[in-house]
Design a protein. Structure first.
Length: 253
């Protein structure tokens, strides 16, 4: 399955969510909430100093902090930061700064279990189920269109990369910067648990479709490598891949 989304700016039909501690957020869904469908969504946590309490999910995920500022546990967070956790890994609290914050949540499939808050006794039965992993890449710089227009080669900044013999083999976060009309072919999705290409600046085309700023392509791990072409001004892409897992590894939630 390959899903192309022209852009992932906040939707007009965003969903108002009230958390257990009465924290309010707004969620924009960009993919169907169905099993086996990659999940791409935007969370707007706009109330200053609001907190999402420590919790975990039953599925691997990336969070991309894109606007505003705040704190993730003891880490000060500002754009652009990439956070990765394995299924069953606790994290938080997520605390919004003075002007709030927004972040994308990206998962290889549907989070059937939902948020499991660490302070809730009923959630503790899941805590030891899987290997824990917390990775954070901070201060990722967005290139300007002028920067991209001047480029004649492709740059790859590997901000997260785990070794091939690591238990979480397959996980990476790369920042791909491309000059005008250049092409890039990704790695084989079958080496990981699925991929996301997210446009940080500029535009690109894939399979005849043009994708603009904050556009994205979600790819399941049964597909062949994807090739994209930068637009007339170039493109900067955040290229993410989930860990390679046995089919059943995240299906017990």
């Amino acid at each position: 399955m390959i899903l192309s989304i022209h852009n992932m700016f906040p939707r007009d039909d965003k969903i108002h969510v009230v958390r257990d501690n009465e924290t309010e957020t707004w969620r924009s869904d960009f993919t169907e909430r169905k099993a086996e469908v990659p999940q791409l969504l935007l969370v707007e946590q706009q109330i200053p100093e609001s907190q999402i309490l420590p919790h975990f999910h039953g599925i691997d995920q990336f969070q991309v902090f894109i606007d505003g500022s705040g704190r993730l546990a003891k880490h000060a967070i500002s754009p652009i930061s990439i956070h990765y956790t394995n299924a069953w890994t606790g994290y938080g609290p997520i605390v919004a700064g003075e002007k709030g914050m927004s972040y994308y949540v990206m998962r290889p499939g549907l989070d059937v279990l939902g948020s499991q808050y660490i302070h809730v006794p009923e959630s503790r039965q899941y805590i030891k189920r899987g290997r824990k992993r917390f990775l954070l890449a901070e201060n990722i710089q967005r290139k300007t269109l002028d920067d991209l227009r001047k480029m004649t080669t492709i740059e790859n900044d590997r901000v997260i990369d785990v070794a091939a013999d690591d238990p979480d083999a397959g996980v990476f976060a790369h920042i791909i910067s491309m000059g005008p009309n250049t092409t890039f072919t990704g790695t084989d999705p079958r080496l990981g648990g699925g991929q996301v290409l997210f446009i940080m600046e500029g535009s690109m085309t894939h399979d005849g479709k043009e994708l603009g700023l904050r556009g994205a392509i979600a790819i399941t791990n049964v597909e062949s490598p994807v090739t994209v072409k930068a637009g007339a001004d170039g493109v900067q892409i955040m290229y993410l891949q989930y860990a390679r897992r046995p089919t059943e590894a995240q299906s017990t939630h």
